[in-house]
Design a protein around this ligand. Sequence first.
Ligand code: ADP
Ligand code: MG
Length: 746
Amino acid sequence: MITPSSPIEAVLGAGIKPKKRQRIVDGLGLHTVGDLLRHFPRRYLETGRLTRVEELEEGRLLTLVGDVVTSTVNTYNDRRTGRPAYRLDVTVRTDGPRLRMSFFAKSRRTAEWNAGRLAPGTRGIFLGKLGSFRGEWQLTNPQTVLTGSEEESAAQMSLDALGEYYPIYPLTHGVDSWDLQRAVTFALTVLDDVPELLPAEVRERYDVLDARTAYDWIHAPHDLGQVGRAQRRFRFEEALVTQLVLGRRRRELTALGAQARTGDQGSLLKRFDERLPFELTAGQREVGAEVERELGLPHPMHRLLQGEVGSGKTVVALRAMLRVVDSGGQAALLAPTEVLAQQHHRSITAMLGDLAAGGMLGGDPDATTVELLTGSMAKGQRTGPLSRIASGEAGIVIGTHALLEDTVMFADLGLVVVDEQHRFGVEQRAALTDKAGTPPHVLVMTATPIPRTVAMTVFGDLETSTLTELPAGRAPIQTNVVPLADRPQWVDRVWERVREEVTKGHQAYVVCPRIVRDELEQGEHDQLDLDEEGNLVVDRTGTGLASVADVSADLADGPLRGLRIGVLHGRLPAEEKDRTMRAFGAGDLDVLVSTTVIEVGVDVANATAMVLLDAERFGVSQLHQLRGRVGRGGFPGLCLLLTRAEVGSAARDRLDAVAATTDGFELSRVDLEQRREGDVLGKSQSGYRSSLQNLRVLRDEQTILDARSAAADLLDADYELRQVPHLAAAVVELEQSVASEFMEKS
Ligand code: ADP
Ligand code: MG
């Protein structure tokens, strides 16, 4: 008996040669009949519209079936490049006249590979626009679906034998859609039963198809409506299994418990509020109350604080930290860069004043201590902070990745705040929360959630608070794309604008993708732009990109001569970075040429202009963050995105999207559309791996929400899922695959 767990061999049929079998099994990873059924068509050819060859007409879109009669590779001279180019010319016999088809190729190898596929005797479906060449009808680069050799397919294949919608599968070299379509058809005829993961009540309640019908419809639909219904079924199923894994995890976490931090052992927060030099915005007050409530619960808070760049997230976090200190615990603030950690330390100690003067002789007994810990601090410099952190004397600890090291021990870590969360990996956050005895409360903050975070909020795995209003005194930022491909001369105007801002007494940032020519800034490999298939969209290994070294020298020598120019990048010593930032903050520098080290948190109110060179090299959230460095002091900000990306390219679309809105949440959705969501369950953060096969978080938001409520009901009724064994097996399988990936990585 053939079941979904039978080896795929069982349905491949004798006509398929061993080499091809191996390609199906190893190349496509289809080991079982079930794998084959789960290999869904990428699209469908509407064969109902097969064109009769008598009706030929120039410019018309043709779909036709035919047999290759001749197939020759020709070399010709490309007039545009002056180089030899290659073309495969094929004649195809149809049920009407013969047609000529040309397939152009960049290399002889490609042309010859194509000739191999389209050898005489091959039958296929061809789709393309009809043209004529020297008085003969021809198709140029038609889409082709090969359906096996003439003998192989003659019996099965005629215009009528084709279904109305012919499935086109994701393929590998040497395997054609036809091979898979035949195997699937056979499998669906011989399979008695397919396992049904979804209980009947759930299917009924959420209006999803049963498994058997869904498989039939997705592989051999009569109309596209059936495809849609079948897809919804499989998406729902995937969402449900994912939600069950997440739901079980959440319940386990809640069961672990956390210490409630009610803030009744001190008065720091109260006294801090009294001395705050500004009024909290309504949003800050609301989020503050929400966070306080959750800190007071006996299970861990896990909350995302989204808020526009400059919306005042830090003060919300600081108030939460004080609350925890008032409860006798400690709070840690993790920042992604040394520059930002230093800045937080400066501004938080300044805001706290004598409230942070704990430990001083004769000082306020209720005051606490704020410690800074960064990677560049020497061993000797760390001793004091480390012992005050371990003893619990330090209530607030600010730092970079250095906080994650084993030598850092807390007396009672009650709250972890992760600033600019989009810059951290999941492992890094876990390393810090592991330092607490009982699970700590966690607050993560960002203006531009990364795709995975947006995905987690859609899945409901992260509670979200949002600060929408900006504190008074914020001015708008004007963003323009400067298209150097079409308008190279505009670059002069860019530097004139910078000079004008400086003349008005303001300052400017110039950001480059490189430190020195052709070298990457550290951590940059984490931010590759990848498409759905994991291919590089933007080639970041490209040469000739603007570098801090070149640009600062060129500007000082040319368009910005006479201005005070500083440089900043990740490879400078910590003291030098600190010194440069202080000088820029104090107005002793006019222009700061830097890499993306200034991306997050840097706060210089007098800076009004930002010029981004080779802007297509930066991701959407990076661009948005960088732009947030200007317009902070009540003066209108100007952000110029210089690019050589062509109109219509994905890179250019991204820049246009950034120029069109200053709404960070909207932009994070743009980002998600372009980059996919990463893995909602596991570790991968940068959007190139996903446990999601058929789901797209934005498109399927409603399905994911439906699945969440279905999962909650199932878990309430039957936590072990004993009543639904197939579903339980799928949940365990997913849990294990996530766990094993975790083991591999750690
Ligand atoms: P972000 O949300 O981008 O991290 P910050 O927390 O750095 O923003 O806040 C930006 C600036 O706004 C800081 O200088 C901060 O002191 C100031 N700020 C925060 N809240 C208010 C407020 N309610 N009124 C006025 N200024 C505020
Ligand atoms: Mg901030």
